[in-house]
Design a protein. Structure first.
Length: 204
């Protein structure tokens, strides 16, 4: 009996040591890979937040710009009263911006970076989309992640997770207006390669 208890104690101790080694190994792996794991976690949260916008979404839609060129719209979302262009901007740090200035400023630590006012490109995308959907209501937003801060405020078209209007969330979708639903069906047909003559059906 004593011999069996001794053997059981050894087995338990061996199992505990193996488990401890496994846990230490996992902790070491997580520590060494903490930076890429954090980036993946943040990207997952960002995509989840973007995916919550609208009743439905269309990704990467190509539209004529009316000047023999095209725009690729990254994300369209259907809401009850409009079609939304949602343009994600991967900027973090302090963002200093205004609606009509040519350049916005990103400040990270002691460094600052200029980038073109993205509202101008957004307006061009809205104009291109209207060539497809006619008079159906179209609105555009710039979407920034949690890492962006706006110390001096921002234009109304700027969204981020903490200021997302409830009316834009999928959970609050009801039934889109008839003209909006018609325009959305047209955009899906355009994405799938329907003849351009079908565009006339969206005009009101």
């Amino acid at each position: 009996m004593a011999n069996e208890q001794w053997t059981s104690s050894i087995d338990f101790a061996s199992g505990a040591i193996a488990l401890a080694i496994l846990l230490v190994g996992l902790a070491l792996i997580l520590y060494l890979n903490r930076a890429p794991l954090l980036l993946r976690w943040r990207d997952w949260r960002l995509q989840r937040s973007l995916d919550r916008i609208g009743c439905e979404q269309i990704r990467r839609l190509a539209c004529d710009d009316g000047l023999d060129g095209t725009h690729e719209i990254d994300r369209l979302a259907l809401v009850d009263d409009a079609i939304l262009i949602v343009s994600y901007k991967p900027y973090r740090g302090n963002i200093y911006c205004a609606e009509q200035i040519d350049q916005w400023t990103q400040v990270i630590g002691q460094k600052s970076f200029k980038f073109a006012n993205p509202l101008f490109e957004l307006e061009n995308q809205i104009a291109s989309l209207r060539l497809l959907v006619g008079n159906a209501p179209v609105r555009g937003f710039l979407y920034f992640g949690q890492g962006a801060v706006f110390p001096k405020g921002h234009p109304e078209a700027v969204l981020y997770p903490d200021n997302m209007p409830a009316s834009l969330l999928a959970a609050n979708c009801t039934s889109p207006r008839k003209d909006v639903a018609t325009a959305w069906a047209l955009l899906k047909a355009h994405r799938d390669g329907a003849p351009t003559a079908d565009r006339i059906g969206a005009k009101t």
